[in-house]
Design a protein around this ligand. Sequence first.
Ligand SMILES: [Zn+2]
Length: 270
Amino acid sequence: MFLLLKPSRSTFLFTLAAVATAILLATPEAHAQTRTIVIDAGHGGYDRGGVPGQRIGEKALTLDVAQRLRRILQARGYRVVMTRDSDVFIPLGTRTSIANSNRGATFVSVHFNSATRSGANGIETYYYRSDSAALAANIHRNVVAIAPSENRGIRRRGYFVLRRTNIRGVLVECGFLTNPMEGRSILEANYRQTLADAIARGIQGQRAPISKPLTSGAALSAEVLSPTMSGPDFVKAAPRSKRRSSARHHRSSKKSSSSSKSKKKRSSQN
Ligand SMILES: [Zn+2]
């Protein structure tokens, strides 16, 4: 087009500069950053996740869902950063450093749950920063909508990776590997793809389809329906001096997941 118009050299350079400026203005750094998702596959390396002696290991399944989620988000134009992309141990502090080096990004930690009681099943979603409540609700609703198990609610909890991140973040427990029915589903690649799809829809802020009624207790339901309400925290953030114990957040929380009552009791002791 420029050649057809035969512009002078200076006009051509001016036009080129104007086009370049327009492109830069259309994709400012800030906008690019909000399209960055830091995906955190739980555990890895010698940290298998779950409870001792658990038959289905957690670390490989969290990585699989994280990698599926990455493919989905990248196909939709997101920039994705993984805290791990293989079976390696990444300290929690390194995971939060990776998250914090991506200013304005969104942090999503993928986990599977476990309990000593095999009957425990369902989806739990956690957040800590108040700016993450809506994200937690979006992800939770979408995952609950496709899961064949209970809605265990959205909870505000000071897990290390949520408390130490300076960006909005959510930790989603995509079901219990210790539950025979749920564990069987999670072992199927198709189901893990469905899980990743649901998390991606939640990240994109899509509404979950009207799904099954809530099956959790009334207190949990209230939180799910109105996650931005501050409400009582199930577990308060551990004080900084207790950093080491909170780094083992999973193992300690797993044992208490047999009943929400015991969970509340434990939380007040923290
Ligand atoms: Zn975990």
